[in-house]
Design a binder for this molecule. Sequence first.
Ligand code: ZN
Length: 229
Amino acid sequence: MGDSNSIVFFGGAGVSTESGIPDFRSADGIYNMEYSYPPETILSHSFFMEHTSVFYRFYREKLLHPSAQPNKAHYALAELERRGKLDAIVTQNVDGLHHKAGSVNVLELHGSRNRYYCMKCGMKYTMDVVFATDDVPKCDCGGMIRPDVVLFEEMLDQNVIERSVRAIRKAQVLIVGGTSLNVYPAAGLIQHYNGDMLILINKTETPYDKYANIIIRDPIGETLDAAIS
Ligand code: ZN
């Protein structure tokens, strides 16, 4: 893939597990951990509105991972973009690690834990606001501050979806990594790919294995690192 141009990378939770961020849906992921409500419930819009304090407690403990650093996969993708070979990264992750590794054109389907805004006046905040209090962060205007991430029951940003579809349509090479492609809208987006070099990097089988030109089961960090050297 080092000789290819117009690569688009589509990634999921598996890209960040090597950074110490557990995969939401894997057997040992946070979905199986003890909490008084299931994570799908806590991370829903209605739960956020009704039990904002509990939401933020869970969010701080299980989701933020403020000290997580990019791994080899993030750095390799940033390097491919610098070399003019990679056009875009479409990610399901909210950890912001692609930006931190130096990538520029990153389409974050589910938003980012690094961005926050006041629900009343729209004022923007950074992650620091979450640690400025032990409870629900509040704006100077009195409004509640929420993370700019897509919660369960909420719609994805249509603009981000459209840009993702355009990038995937134009791609010569599509690398899909660290996702089982079972989660909406991943599978639907992949269907827009028209090229003839679909590379799947995932530890387990995916419903798209039969369409892949290359399937790689090795760890994604090592795999992408080898591709740039
Ligand atoms: Zn405000």
